[in-house]
Write a protein that binds this ligand. Structure first.
Ligand SMILES: Cc1cc2nc3c(=O)[nH]c(=O)nc-3n(C[C@H](O)[C@H](O)[C@H](O)COP(=O)(O)OP(=O)(O)OC[C@H]3O[C@@H](n4cnc5c(N)ncnc54)[C@H](O)[C@@H]3O)c2cc1C
Length: 462
C-alpha cells in the first residue's frame, strides 16, 4: 500500500493507539485517530483520588504481553505498579483457602486430590491435541486451522491444519467435560468470570483459552503479574504523547460514507476525506446505552454483510464501583468470592480490589456481572445495591460510591455463530469497503490481545 495512504482510525483506546504506533513503525504517517471522549485509553481508565490513581478499568498484565511491551519500549516506560495479591472468602464472608491441601479441606472438597492430575492433562492436551489454540485472533479456528503469529517476543508467522480446533467453539464448560478435565474450571474461573468475561456455560472455549492460555493462567495462579503505578491509562497516555499524530479528543462522528474508493467521515460537523478507515470502536451494540456509545453500523453506510454479521455480537454487562470505606472497614487485601462466580449468583460481588496496601485512605473497587444469556438481566441499580449489601456481608461495609460505570465489556459471539465461521466471514471482509475491523471483538477483551491484533492487522494489510 502507498505509504501516503490517508488512514482514519476510530477510537483512541489500546487498539486504536497501537494501530497508530504500528503504522508509524511501518512508515505510514498520514493517519488521524478520532476519539469521542475527552481522554485516551478507553477501558484503561485510571482516575485520581487523594494523590494517587486507582483503576476503574484494566488493572494488570502478564509477562507475555508482548504488544504492551512494544508500547512500553516505544515510550520508555515500564510496569512499575503495586504488587498484586489476594485472598478468598465464601459467600458468607468467611475467609477460606480453597486450594490448600489440608486434611480438613480435602475431606470437604475431595476433588482437590484429582485437580493436579487434570491440570497436567489439560496442559498436555493444549500443547498436542489443540496445537495452535493460543494464537491471537480467531482466523481459521472454526474450519480446523490455525493462522497467525506465535505468542513469542518474535511473533513468528505460523499456520497449519488441526481439525480439533473446531472444539473451541463449544462453551468452555462442555469443552472441559468432553476432554475429561472439568476441575480445571476451578482455576480458570478466577481470572475469567470475576474479570467480567461471562460464565463458562455460555462463552466459547476459544475466548477463554486465547486469553488464558496455559502459561498466562499459571501466571495468574502464581501472581506473576504486571501493574502500573500511574494506572493502565498511563500506558496509553504515554503512547498518545509519543505518536506523531496524537488522538483528536472530543471527536463526534455522525456519518461515515464509503464510495469511489474513498472514505468520507463527518466529524464535529466537518467532512474529512480518507482512503482507508480502521474501526476499533464498537461494531454493534444490541441495546441503547446511557453513555451514548453506538455501534459502527449506526453511523456508517453499513452494508448488508456488515449488518448481518455484526448483529450477532453481544457484550457483558459488567459493573465497576469505586467505594470509600472507614479506615476500620478497609479490607487488608483484595478478595475473590468464588461462590459468586456462578450464574445462580448473578449480580453479586465477585471480587473487590485493594490497590494500595500501604494506605487506607484510598478507594476499593468492586466488580459484578448482571447478565447471562439465558437469564433476565438484573437492572443496574439493583445490582449496585446487591454489591453494597455483599460488601457488608464480607465485613467491609462502604459508605460512599465515588465513581461507577457499567461498561460496554467484552464483545463476543456465542457458540452457534462461532462454529458457523463468524470470524472467517468477518476476516474475509477486511479491506472490502476500504474498512478494517479491529478492537476487542476481533481477538479478545484485554489490552494485549487488542494491541496485538492491531499489530497483525497492520502487518497483514498495510
Ligand atoms: C473493569 C475492567 C477491567 C479490566 N481489566 C483488564 C486487565 O486487568 N488487563 C487487561 O489487559 N485488560 C483489562 N480490561 C480490558 C481492556 O481494558 C480492554 O480490553 C481494552 O481497553 C480494549 O481496547 P480497545 O481499544 O479495543 O477498546 P476500548 O478500550 O474500549 O477503546 C475504544 C475507544 O473507542 C472510543 N470510541 C467509541 N465509540 C467511538 C466513536 N463513535 N468515535 C470515536 N471514538 C469512539 C471509546 O471512547 C474508547 O476510547 C479491563 C476492562 C475493564 C472495563
Amino acid at each position: 500500500m502507498d505509504k501516503n495512504t490517508r488512514i482514519c482510525i476510530i477510537g483512541g483506546g489500546p487498539a486504536g493507539l497501537s494501530a497508530g504506533m504500528y503504522l508509524e513503525k511501518k512508515g505510514y504517517f498520514n493517519y488521524s485517530i478520532l476519539e469521542r471522549q475527552d481522554r485516551v485509553g478507553g477501558k484503561c481508565w485510571s482516575p485520581h483520588y487523594n494523590g494517587r490513581r486507582y483503576e476503574m478499568g484494566a488493572i494488570m498484565g502478564v509477562p507475555s504481553y508482548y504488544a504492551v511491551h512494544d508500547v512500553e519500549e516505544f515510550c520508555g516506560i515500564t510496569h512499575d505498579g503495586p504488587k498484586l495479591n489476594r485472598n478468598y472468602k465464601d459467600a458468607s464472608g468467611k475467609v477460606i483457602e480453597p486450594f490448600a491441601r489440608t486434611l480438613g479441606n480435602i475431606i470437604k472438597n475431595p476433588w482437590l486430590l484429582k485437580m493436579k492430575g487434570q491440570l497436567k492433562k489439560f496442559g498436555e492436551l493444549l500443547e498436542t491435541k489443540y496445537k495452535g489454540y493460543d494464537l491471537n485472533g480467531h482466523r481459521g479456528v472454526a474450519e480446523g486451522r490455525y493462522d497467525g503469529y506465535a505468542v513469542t517476543p518474535g511473533r513468528e508467522r505460523v499456520e497449519g491444519v488441526n481439525p480439533n480446533l473446531k472444539d473451541l467453539a463449544m462453551p468452555f464448560k462442555d469443552f472441559c467435560e468432553m476432554n475429561g478435565v472439568p476441575l480445571v474450571q476451578k482455576i480458570w474461573i478466577g481470572p475469567f468470570t470475576s474479570f467480567g468475561y461471562g460464565y463458562f456455560d455460555e462463552i466459547p472455549a476459544a475466548y477463554v483459552l486465547k486469553y488464558l492460555d496455559y502459561q498466562t493462567c499459571m501466571n495468574f495462579v502464581k501472581v506473576n503479574l504486571w501493574t502500573w503505578k500511574d494506572g493502565t491509562q498511563y500506558i496509553w497516555e504515554q503512547l498518545n504523547d509519543h505518536l506523531k499524530h496524537p488522538a483528536r479528543l472530543n471527536s463526534t462522528i455522525t456519518k461515515v460514507e464509503r464510495h469511489d474508493g474513498k472514505v468520507f467521515v463527518t466529524v464535529n460537523g466537518q467532512v474529512e476525506e480518507y482512503d482507508k478507515v480502521i474501526v476499533t470502536a464498537p461494531l454493534y451494540i444490541p441495546n441503547k446505552r446511557d453513555d451514548g456509545q453506538k455501534g459502527m453500523v449506526e453511523y456508517f453506510d453499513a452494508r448488508e454483510d456488515e449488518k448481518t454479521l455484526f448483529s450477532k455480537i453481544d457484550y457483558e454487562r459488567y459493573d465497576v464501583q469505586a467505594f470509600l470505606t472507614k479506615p476500620e472497614n478497609h479490607p487488608e487485601i483484595s478478595y475473590y468470592v468464588f461462590d459468586n462466580m456462578v450464574p445462580k449468583a448473578l449480580g453479586h460481588l465477585m471480587v473487590y480490589y485493594r490497590r494500595w496496601r500501604d494506605e487506607v485512605d484510598q478507594v476499593i473497587t468492586t466488580y459484578a456481572l448482571r447478565k447471562h444469556k439465558n437469564m433476565p438481566e438484573i437492572p443496574y441499580d439493583k445490582c449496585r445495591k446487591m454489591v453494597q449489601d455483599d460488601l457488608e456481608i464480607m465485613g467491609n461495609p462502604a459508605e460512599k460510591v465515588i465513581n461507577e460505570w457499567s461498561v460496554y465489556y467484552f464483545p463476543h459471539v456465542f457458540t452457534e455463530d462461532y462454529a458457523a465461521g463468524w470470524y472467517d466471514k468477518v476476516e474475509a471482509m477486511q479491506g472490502k469497503y476500504d474498512t478494517y475491523y479491529a478492537g476487542e471483538v476481533m481477538s479478545f477483551g484485554d489490552m494485549d490481545e487488542t494491541a496485538e491484533y492491531s499489530r497483525e492487522l497492520v502487518e497483514r494489510f498495510f
